[in-house]
Design a binder for this molecule. Sequence first.
Ligand SMILES: *Cc1c(COP(=O)(O)O)cnc(C)c1O
Length: 338
Amino acid sequence: MLIDLRSDTVTKPTKGMLEAMMHAKVGDDVFREDETVNKLEQRVAKMFGKPKALFFPSGTMANQTALKLHTSPGEQVICDKYAHIYNYESGGVAFNSGASCKLIDGNSGMFTAEQVKEAINPGDYWYAPSSLVAVENTTNKGGGACWNFDELLKIRNVCNDSYLGLHLDGARLWNALVAKNEPASQYGAIFNTISVCLSKGLGCPVGSVLVGDEDLMKNALRIRKVFGGNMRQAGYLAAAGLYALDNHIERLAEDHKKAKEIGEVLSQLSIIKTVEPIETNIVIFELNNDINENVFVQKLADKNIHIISMGSNKLRMVTHLDYTDAMHDIILSYLKDM
Ligand SMILES: *Cc1c(COP(=O)(O)O)cnc(C)c1O
């Protein structure tokens, strides 16, 4: 049996999801005539209490569109040094928006309102104007950590005081909502724009949604078109999203439970230096210096267990919809015997 713990993006659509996709009512979404896409956008907008939502082929494009909507060339985006928008979007901040990033040296991908204040450039003309703060929840490189909502409220106040926009990269926000038992609307109330992925924990083959304020989102359709992201009968994909919102949110708690159980076993192993705190579905652990990460990854691969290296002798495992109880039993007993 092949066990793939590299990412929660490796899932394949379930039978129920495929069924929903097959029966989708579709139309030309460039003419805004795909009723399933419209339904998905309205549904996600309503969940977050935002007036507008737009369906995207990827989380990267949703984030990049948000960055473009919030910034003008030469401006600066404040984010954590671990941020996906900075590390894993191919330099898109500069390429698409002509903006730079001011990196905060945060904790597991999270930072404080105080650190945001310090990162804002003074108004003198020789500085890059700070225009946006970007937050990630849960943090990817930070090991699936969830933000403390009180800190986000404080960051909102700092943004208000300094006329900064506030964007949430919520690729795995669903995991945070389940782990912390929070409503989506609470996030919609303080962020100007939020991107969420349907293709991670929710198990869809494709898709992300960007929600936002009316004035900001006015230009979102055009930016998506410029990025080449307009789709035609995308309702087949949106139907997967609607199905996932109905069926795959609460079950994320199972992924979180399995991740914690893996973490407990790993923390007992003498070859492992540390296991980072596990709040959701991501397990990041560091090997002792005398064990090479590539050798370790290969050793597991020889047993049909696939995980990925994060560099610096750190490794990552991610639990997901296609990681079954049977696979979990195999992993736990294999790790226990290492
Ligand atoms: C996966 C991910 C994205 C978007 O990724 P796509 O592969 O483009 O859908 C954005 N932010 C974070 C934190 C992610 O984990």
